[in-house]
Design a protein around this ligand. Structure first.
Ligand code: ATP
Ligand code: MG
Length: 390
């Protein structure tokens, strides 16, 4: 019988809430692996065992596992008998060819102490069997092949090498947030980082069609699809922003418009967040990256809303963010050229040190609440799911 044996990391620290975290993780795994011939998911002693049917597609399962937050590492494992000869035979029959590796070590962990032989003795004796079969040298620090035995009640798992999972906390365990998703490189990474910390993320994109093209909406949709591979269910709000921007131009001086647009984006997102029972907003701001992201401007935008605003990328360099975007699969979509909503009706050199009183004056003559309400009401809402099981 083949299984995937997975370990979780941080959940182990969650004390009394631990069963609840594990329950969420198991539920998420069931959803993530839907359609892939998973027979059962069990949780023997601090581990997760995904029992696979005969026709299970291991590669596809591994690919999906690599995006399930809360998983520290995982490997394809076999259940083996709880006696020395049974274990040794199981190991030797699964060893790769002699030439493919040059060093190994055996790692034994006894989650169930009823098994009488101490782990180091068992590791040494099993190691000796491997040495006789292949002649590889033992390397305790940098072995090419790590052969692991984990003893649980009534059985043991055998696996060779393990793959790193994405870490983080199971989706949804931290509650819900609303992320502002532009078509750029940063905001999808910001949304993903909140997902990784267990947040379910509702996505909001502002577009200026018909003043600008539909490209940004198409990009937001494609970015949302990639992000959905991590959280499995997403809602994307596409908010028409052009008419609001046109009204802003009537009374707000050019150099302040970007800050004012930002404040409106946050207010509309906050409204959507309240309806969705989300508790915080998320943006891809990075201090000093562009004119709208000076400390002064960030402070001037924040005061528009009461909800906490998370900026998980705030201290990262562009290079680091780009590398992360490439790993998670959004980079290629983000670099497709399009027109930036925030530059519609704005001068080339916007204000970099907006002050509170300037912002208040600029907004005094605007029907702020009505504009927010109208834009939120006109949003198109799209739901996405992953995987799509036929
Ligand atoms: P990004 O790559 O995320 O677009 P950026 O460097 O282009 O970042 P800005 O355009 O200044 O930065 O935007 C900063 C943040 O404001 C974005 O990360 C995003 O969270 C939010 N934002 C900007 N424009 C939009 C938009 N059209 N729709 C939704 N959110 C937006
Ligand atoms: Mg942008």
């Amino acid at each position: 019988m083949t299984s995937i044996l997975a370990h979780y990391s941080e959940i182990a620290l969650k004390g009394k809430n631990r069963p609840w975290f594990i329950g969420r993780l198991v539920r998420h795994l069931h959803m993530a692996l839907a359609g892939l011939s998973v027979k059962e998911i069990r949780t023997p002693m601090g581990r997760i065992e995904i029992v696979l049917g005969r026709e299970a597609a291991a590669d596809e399962i591994r690919d999906r596992m690599s995006r399930v937050f809360g998983i520290a590492n995982y490997s394809v494992a076999a259940r083996v008998p709880l006696d020395f000869d049974g274990m040794a035979d199981a190991i030797v029959s699964r060893l790769p060819p002699r030439e493919s590796v040059s060093s190994f070590r055996v790692y034994v962990r006894r989650a169930d102490q009823h098994f009488a032989v101490p782990s180091p003795d068992l590791a040494r004796d099993l190691g000796s069997k491997v040495w006789h079969a292949r002649g590889w040298k033992v390397d305790l620090d940098h072995a090419d092949l790590v052969i692991s035995i984990e003893i649980v009640p009534r059985g043991a798992f055998l696996y060779m090498n393990k793959e790193p999972g994405p870490g983080g906390l199971p989706t949804g365990t931290a509650g819900r947030v609303v992320a502002l998703l532009s078509g750029g490189i940063d905001s999808p990474v910001a949304a993903w980082r909140m997902m990784k910390r267990g947040c379910h993320v509702t996505l909001v994109h502002f577009h200026s069609a018909p003043f600008l093209s539909n490209t940004s909406q198409e990009k937001a949709r494609r970015l949302a699809e990639v992000l959905t591979r991590y959280q499995l269910r997403s809602r994307l709000h596409l908010v028409p922003f052009g008419e609001l921007q046109r009204q802003v131009t009537l009374s707000v001086p050019g150099d302040l418009r970007v800050v004012i647009y930002r404040r409106f984006m946050l207010r509309i997102a906050e409204r959507i967040a309240k309806d969705a029972r989300a508790k915080a907003l998320v943006t891809g701001d990075v201090v000093g990256q562009v004119a709208s992201q000076t400390l002064a401007n960030i402070a001037a935008t924040d005061s528009a809303v009461r909800m906490p605003i998370f900026r998980p990328l705030v201290g990262m360099d562009k290079e680091e963010i780009m590398a992360q975007a490439a790993r998670l699969g959004t980079f290629g979509i983000s670099i497709v050229p399009d027109q930036d909503t925030c530059t519609l009706f704005t001068p080339r050199h916007p204000e970099t040190h907006a002050r509170r009183h300037q912002v208040d004056e600029a907004e005094a003559s605007l029907p702020v609440a009505d504009l927010v309400k109208a834009a939120a009401a006109q949003a198109a809402v799209e739901d996405m799911t992953y995987p799509v099981v036929k």
